[in-house]
Design a protein around this ligand. Structure first.
Ligand code: MG
Length: 337
């Protein structure tokens, strides 16, 4: 029992007493400590902005650790990227940890250290947190679920959303499709390959784009459901058609081969460090240059344009045919994020 107290999460870690306080000190304050979090108040008071963007997300991914990332890095990147897509500068994150009884505390420390690294890279502070302990679900190794909130500031005059999309706009994809999906699926199936998840915060890329003076009409990160689903949602909300060129869509050769073997279409595979940007055609080449010159944007490509042919998404295939692509139907890969 004494060993259990030190190495693994037990119910007393969630009881709110001395053991909880020790866990918070040893794991969370150690990794995340900053002037706001360290107040340990019931709520944290932080400097704000006139216009704020707010988002929330939950991370249930299995395995907890995978090639190219882990649940802690993913929690920061997923939250920060959602803020960026509204044109916000990410500022603060909260983290609620649902710990399963029996989880290795060393694994928890790896997760929090990675989360702290990703937050530092993204320039956000983790300003509030919570821990709860629940009995393990019997089907998996005991692990952790992380819920976050993210807050960012939005400059006056910035308005980004599908309602701004115009006929003639260009569509830019910030890099290769499918890496995260393929890495998680490969790990689950025990397949050894070189595929690494793209889990990354897109702060530098979006910051440079927003500060370039270029007008951006709409942005989305390409996560669950893949590019096809995201473009369909944008097209629906804009009431405009999006036409993409299959030959222009970047996919890593290893991911393409893996997807082919499993009968998966990269257009429906999830990423965690890619976004699609819709903006006026006259700004597209300059935007592309900025994105390609930014971290995680080296493989960005101009993949299509917006037309007036009614809502929907069409892909022009390599052999020149036109294929209508709908949003993901049915179930995607579960617990991918
Ligand atoms: Mg999103």
């Amino acid at each position: 029992m004494g060993e259990m107290m030190e190495d693994r999460i037990n119910m007393s870690h969630g009881a709110g007493g001395i053991t909880t306080a020790a866990l918070i000190d040893e794991v969370f304050k150690e990794a995340f400590g900053n002037e706001y979090l360290n107040t340990m108040a019931d709520s944290t008071v932080v400097p704000g902005a006139d216009r704020i963007a707010v988002t929330t997300d939950s991370f249930v991914i299995r395995p907890l650790f995978y090639k190219g990332g882990d649940i802690g890095r993913l929690a920061v990147c997923g939250t920060v990227n959602d803020l960026l897509m509204s044109g916000a500068k990410p500022l603060y994150i909260t983290a609620g940890y649902i710990l399963e009884e029996g989880m290795d505390i060393s694994d928890l420390k790896r997760v929090t250290a990675s989360m702290a690294d990703a937050a530092a890279e993204a320039g956000v502070q983790i300003v509030a947190g919570d821990t709860k302990v629940v009995p393990p679900s019997d089907r998996e190794d005991p692990g952790v679920i992380i819920n976050t909130a993210g807050v960012g500031s939005v400059r006056e005059g910035i308005s980004i959303g599908p309602e701004n999309i115009k006929p003639g706009d260009s569509v830019i994809l910030s890099g290769d499709l499918g890496d995260h999906h393929a890495a998680i699926l490969g790990a689950r199936m025990g397949i050894a390959n070189e595929i690494s998840s793209d889990t990354a915060p897109l702060c530098e890329m979006i910051d440079r784009l927003m500060n370039s003076g270029i007008t951006v009409h709409a942005m989305r990160d390409v996560t669950r459901g893949g590019l096809a689903t995201v473009l369909n949602e944008m097209s629906d909300r804009a009431g405009l058609h999006i036409r993409i060129e299959e030959t222009q869509i970047p996919v890593d050769p290893g991911v393409r081969e893996f997807a082919g073997l499993l009968g998966l279409d990269p257009l429906y595979m999830g990423n965690e460090g890619k976004c699609v940007i819709i903006l006026p055609a006259e700004a597209a080449l300059r935007a592309l240059e900025i994105i390609r010159g930014s971290r995680y944007g080296e493989r960005a490509a101009l993949i299509g344009s917006v037309t007036e042919d009614g809502a929907g998404v069409t892909v022009r295939t390599a052999i020149g045919g036109l294929r209508s692509v709908g949003p993901l139907a049915g179930e995607g890969l579960p617990r991918i994020c």
